[in-house]
Design a protein around this ligand. Structure first.
Ligand code: 5GP
Length: 224
């Protein structure tokens, strides 16, 4: 991805920090973003659709895709395999950005393959609230809740590798923060550099078939 290509935005969090809601809101606020649909060996939850939240595959299919070198990154999370297909970068129209909802292992791999990528980590306001949110998920049994709580703790240990850390205390405020991060990152100097250089070349009369209108009558007037 060049500095003029879509901005890769990685969003990670321990499970239960509200990342799914936040990324959905970000997509609604900036519709020219695209969500990278990962492959996973986990079973679909209620309301999840193959090809929308994930491409659901079995372990054998997933291992086959690894063999083919089809993944930009992949990792084992909660005992299941998850991976971002290389095809996700080129799928469809050229968006303003691509959102990668992946764990810290995947974030590290994408950051090293795509140094331009911006990584945001979302934290819950407290561990008590995180536990409550995990228990609120009807699809998970007690053992799963306990396991996910332990995994969440270990996930938080990796906050130091992210460019931004956002505490999701209140969803409206957290959405504004995430949207602001994306908008500010779009304006980073290196992302606008090619555009600025083009303007300079155009202004100096290079690269165009005719000089800019302001210089058309000859040399610019000298200051009085
Ligand atoms: P869930 O099963 O709750 O949808 O996701 C579990 C964890 O897997 C989340 O932390 C999510 O960000 C992560 N995850 C989802 N897709 C990918 C992926 O393609 N690669 C990696 N490394 N992690 C992923």
């Amino acid at each position: 991805m060049s500095s003029e290509g879509p901005l890769p935005l990685i969003v990670s969090s321990p499970s239960g920090a509200g990342k799914t809601t936040l990324t959905a809101r970000l997509l609604k606020e900036i519709p020219q973003l695209r969500f990278s649909v990962s492959h996973t060996t986990r079973k679909p939850r209620q309301n999840e659709q193959n090809g929308r939240e994930y491409h659901f595959v079995d372990r054998q299919q997933f291992l086959g895709l690894i063999e083919q070198g089809a993944f930009l990154e992949w990792a084992e999370v909660h005992g299941n395999l998850y991976g971002t297909g290389k095809a996700e970068l080129d799928r469809g129209e050229r968006p303003r950005g691509i959102i990668f909802d992946i764990d810290h292992q995947g974030a590290r791999q994408i950051k090293s393959a795509e140094p331009d990528a911006v990584a945001v980590f979302i934290l819950p306001p407290s561990m008590a609230i995180l536990e409550q949110r995990l228990r609120g998920r009807a699809s998970e049994d007690e053992e799963t809740v306990q396991r996910r709580f332990g995994v969440a703790l270990r996930e938080i240990e990796h906050y130091g590798m992210f460019d931004y850390v956002l505490v999701n205390e209140e969803i409206e405020e957290a959405t504004k923060q995430l949207v602001s991060i994306f908008r500010a990152e779009e304006c980073r100097r290196h992302r606008a550099a090619r555009h600025a250089e083009r303007l300079l070349a155009e202004g100096r009369g290079f690269g165009g078939s005719k000089p800019p209108a302001v210089f058309a009558g000859g040399a610019p007037p000298s200051p009085k």
